[in-house]
Design a protein. Structure first.
Length: 392
């Protein structure tokens, strides 16, 4: 995005004469490891070049004013520092407001107002972590402007707390971690409970990652996401009666196979099978990516989708169609990505077939569903940061 244009927009919207400070937080894709983060397992995400830009400036008084270029119709959303609450009519603004309220509740000093303009090039509701992106961009801005001296990991954790407690989405930490800790040209193997992590070069050789947005919207709160979390908790309780484990991902596939008789619900058995095997797949995928075995990585992505479809039951007919079309048109690997119930697929595709791949998948998807798929080639990027710029 053109930072100079955003700065001019900020000045016009808020009737300011001085320049704001600029921040950026990326979105993320998750190569593999779905619904494992809140189950004590591993994920393999990377930050991407699409994300959220924030222009911010401290003001006199106690008012917080927010404006989004992506949601111009909502106008300026304004509240007092001492009266921040989650309101339906705030829409997108509940994410930056949640960050500020969480910081205040934790005892951090935010003693004057602020104007914040938000602009993003992430598709909302597509599973690329637009919420985590705006949270990390906001907390980086607040940390810098109010001199809170938070380190990067603290900001990641507080952003997850905000989404859990203020916005009511019981997400794991993967999204915030990837958006905050991303490293260009690398993926991150993250153990979500221990927060142990390793960077691995994202060497895709002559291939690239392509995101296909089904444009079938879903909302995490209103979907079955929270229900899946509750099912996993219930399954864990059954296993904990016999096994000394703290999370479902403490089990290997062999341990699960030997103790699955402890679960009497077919639904809970399926949920557990996905989580345990997906965690195992993610560890193998990390090794495959490290060693340059991209066909193995693609196979694991395909197995991940089948498991999310059949055992975790979070895919949709549109996402299933997109993966089928991708594989039929030359993708090495394809799977649904994110919480499910709509959103995107992630695809590993050879660069030499990109044009035909995008044309064919897009055409056949539209012919069969009536939806127009948005297709993106994504590049890895660094995590949230302050932006330097030169006024033109």
């Amino acid at each position: 995005m053109n930072l100079n244009a955003l700065i001019d927009y900020f000045k016009d919207v808020f009737n300011q004469s001085e320049n704001p400070t600029c921040y950026f937080a990326p979105g993320r894709v998750n190569i593999i490891g779905e619904h494992t983060d809140y189950n004590g397992g591993h994920v393999l995400p990377c930050a991407i070049h699409l994300g959220t830009y924030i222009m911010a400036k401290k003001t006199v008084g106690k008012s917080i004013r927010l404006f989004s270029i992506n949601f111009k119709e909502t106008g300026i959303i304004e509240t007092e520092i001492s009266h921040i609450s989650n309101k339906y009519e705030n829409g997108w603004a509940n994410y930056p407001l949640g960050i500020i309220k969480t910081l205040i509740d934790k005892g951090y000093q935010i003693d004057s107002g602020i104007d914040i303009l938000v602009a993003g090039d992430l598709p909302n509701g597509a599973g690329l972590s637009s919420s985590a992106s705006i949270e990390l961009a906001t907390i980086f801005a607040i940390n810098d402007i109010y001199h809170l001296n938070l380190n990067r990991l603290e900001m990641v954790k507080l952003s997850q707390t905000s989404e859990n407690e203020f916005n009511g989405v019981m997400c794991g930490i993967m999204d915030q971690f990837a958006c905050g800790m991303g490293k260009k040209n690398h993926a991150i193997l993250l153990h979500a409970h221990k927060l142990d992590f390793s960077y691995v070069p994202l060497s895709l050789q002559n291939n690239c990652l392509i995101i296909i947005n089904s444009n079938q919207r879903r909302g995490l709160i209103n979907s079955g996401y929270n229900q899946r979390r509750l099912e996993c908790i219930e399954a864990l309780q059954a296993f904990k009666e016999i096994l000394k484990i703290n999370s479902l991902c403490d089990m290997t596939p062999d341990i699960f196979e030997n103790h699955q008789h402890l679960i009497h619900s077919e639904t809970l058995l399926k949920r557990t099978r996905h989580v345990v095997q997906e965690n195992h797949r993610t560890l193998i995928a990390f090794e495959a990516l490290r060693d340059g075995r991209l066909k193995t990585l693609g196979r694991l992505m395909n197995e991940s989708h089948a498991s999310l479809r059949d055992d975790f039951e979070v895919s949709t007919s549109e996402l299933d169609l997109l993966t089928d079309l991708a594989l039929n048109n030359g993708a090495i690997g394809s799977r649904m990505m994110g919480a499910g119930f709509g959103g995107c697929t992630i695809n590993l595709v050879a660069q030499q077939i990109i044009v035909d791949f995008m044309d064919n998948v897009g055409k056949h998807y539209h012919d069969q569903t009536g939806y127009t798929a948005d297709i993106y080639i994504v590049n890895s990027d660094d995590g949230a940061r302050k932006l330097e710029f030169t006024m033109e």
